[in-house]
Design a protein around this ligand. Structure first.
Ligand SMILES: [Fe+2]
Length: 299
């Protein structure tokens, strides 16, 4: 059963809130919806209040504010998943009305995955009107998040058995997980620590990916992978680095899986499984296997 409808938002720590907002609006291209001294809300399209919330953090405490927000299809289904998680012995906390209001959601529960990544389950995120992008990067949606896992098989079981995600493909032990038709909304990359590993936005065309590649280079933004094409999802991609070492990704053309009989494929943990064009990642989790030992050299 699909307990969760979609990944709706990501909360990220920001050691310098002004710098993160500048990056998100002027470089990434999002719309600043609202901010105060401690938080900034940004959108990657119309329809909902925000997709990213940056939370002001001390340096070294950025991870403590990270979490992913998943919407349940209804209040009843949210109650169902919470009861099921409770029966599995997971520690779940019902959020306060202040926390709900701050996120613009109705019911809200928080928990962590077995690695310690923060998760939030809710229903009904406040809708919102048209979006005015910070720059024309061609963004069409907030789409997926890469998460670090300290035990990929254990966490894959958690995501599939407890939250109803499905494995679309594996690269080594890294599972690419879908919660709707999109090839992946969550990807679990072996690491020695928890944390958000990258944040993805879909763009409207391959031209948008390439336009941003030259534009970001000109702005001195560190490109860490691509342009390239993932053989797993078929998406054309570009990864680049933002404040607090958060990696952002634009991609276009992600595969949709509509065939019920689809079987996940096993790709080896090697550079060609991340990019079929030959680009080499400068991203630690794409360069190390389950043993977390370096196996690839920068190309
Ligand atoms: Fe990605």
């Amino acid at each position: 059963m699909n307990w969760i409808r979609d990944l709706r938002y990501v909360r990220l720590g920001a050691s310098d809130l002004d710098r993160s907002v500048r990056f998100a609006t002027e470089i990434l291209g999002l719309e600043l919806v609202q901010r105060d001294q401690n938080r900034a809300y940004l959108r990657a399209g119309h329809g909902q209040h925000h997709h990213i919330c940056y939370v002001k953090s001390d340096v070294g405490q950025v991870f403590a504010h990270e979490s992913l927000g998943f919407e349940a299809p209804s209040a009843a289904e949210l109650d169902g998943v919470i009861a099921s998680l409770d029966r599995s012995g997971l520690r779940i906390r019902e959020a306060s009305s202040g926390e709900r209001d701050e996120r613009r959601v109705s019911a809200l529960y928080t928990l962590t995955d077995p690695t310690g990544n923060g998760l939030e389950l809710f229903h009904t995120l406040a809708p919102d009107g048209p979006c005015t992008f910070g720059r024309d990067a061609g963004i069409t949606s907030f789409s997926h998040v890469g998460l670090r896992t300290t035990d990929p098989k254990r966490d894959e079981r958690f995501w599939t058995a407890e939250l109803g995600a499905k494995v679309s493909d594996w690269i080594g032990d890294a599972a690419l997980l879908r919660i709707d038709e999109v090839h992946h909304k969550i990807a679990l990359f072996p690491s020695k620590r928890p944390g958000v590993q990258h944040v993805n936005f879909q763009v409207g065309a391959i031209d948008d990916v390439m336009r941003s590649y030259y534009w970001l280079k000109e702005k001195g933004i560190r490109i860490v992978f691509g342009p390239g094409r993932h053989p797993t999802s078929s998406a054309v991609f570009l990864y680049f680095e933002g404040p607090d070492d958060i990696v952002y990704e634009y991609s276009n053309g992600v595969r949709l899986i509509t065939d019920e009989s689809y079987q996940p494929r096993q790709f080896p943990f090697e550079p060609q499984s991340f990019c079929m064009w030959g680009s080499r990642p400068d991203i630690p989790e794409f360069r190390t296997g389950a043993a977390a030992e370096p196996i690839l050299q920068a190309g």
